[in-house]
Design a protein around this ligand. Structure first.
Ligand code: CDP
Length: 201
């Protein structure tokens, strides 16, 4: 069975947690596509060469989740040749047998425009910055710095010419500003179950 769930949205909106939870619940494979851009940014050197030669070891680095790696990712992600080099891998993953969840910025718009389910997860910049700041732990950065970074990254991701961050016209929008993560996961699960024709509850 081929079944693709495309989950897009800005930084720290809850995409990662929701994607992992629904992938586990429905038995689908999960690809965090942000990790591909983070690995390209962290590798250094020519980003296009890095994207073309990405290896499993590059994706296993333990520093990819840092705020700096997120910043570097959003810079290399604006380069069209970097995005082009990563398309085939993502599309192959999406159509693998048994179902797949991909989360990122352009999954429902560019990578998998025919995905069976498209979710766009969002939340206010302040809420997202607070979540990221709490995740990063004490002393990593001030809340104001994290908020500035979230806003800069949103602006760069939305303004770029190639595959800008935006909701697909047929995406279900989930604003998690006032939701607990449990509620957000439940809302995503309900949408997917309905599309699969599974009874809910
Ligand atoms: O976890 P968080 O939402 O902060 O970031 P991420 O999903 O790991 O993505 C890091 C950066 O990679 C984003 O700010 C985007 O610039 C870029 N990205 C992208 O352009 N397209 C994707 N499909 C995924 C990430």
């Amino acid at each position: 069975m081929q079944f693709t769930v495309a989950i897009d949205g800005p930084a720290a909106a809850g995409k990662g947690t929701i994607s992992r939870a629904v992938a586990r619940d429905f038995g689908f494979a999960h690809l965090d596509t942000g990790l591909l851009y983070r690995a390209v940014g962290a590798k250094g050197g020519n980003p296009v060469t890095a994207a073309k030669g990405l290896t499993p070891d590059d994706l296993a680095r333990d520093d990819l989740r840092s705020l700096e790696a997120g910043e570097a990712a959003s810079q290399v992600a604006a380069i069209p040749e970097v995005r082009a080099a990563l398309i085939a891998f993502q599309r192959d993953f999406a159509r693998r047998d048994g179902g797949a969840v991909l989360d990122g910025r352009d999954i429902g718009t560019v990578i998998c425009p025919l995905a069976e389910v498209k979710l766009f997860i969002t939340a206010s910049a302040e809420t997202r910055a607070r979540r990221r700041w709490l995740e990063a732990g004490d002393g990593a950065a001030s809340f104001e710095d994290v908020l500035r970074q979230v806003r800069d990254r949103d602006a760069r991701d939305m303004a770029r010419a190639d595959a800008p961050l935006c909701a697909a016209s047929d995406a279900v929008i989930l604003d998690t500003t006032e939701m607990s993560i449990t509620q957000a996961v439940e809302a995503a699960r309900t949408t997917i179950a309905a599309r699969l024709g599974q009874p809910q509850g």
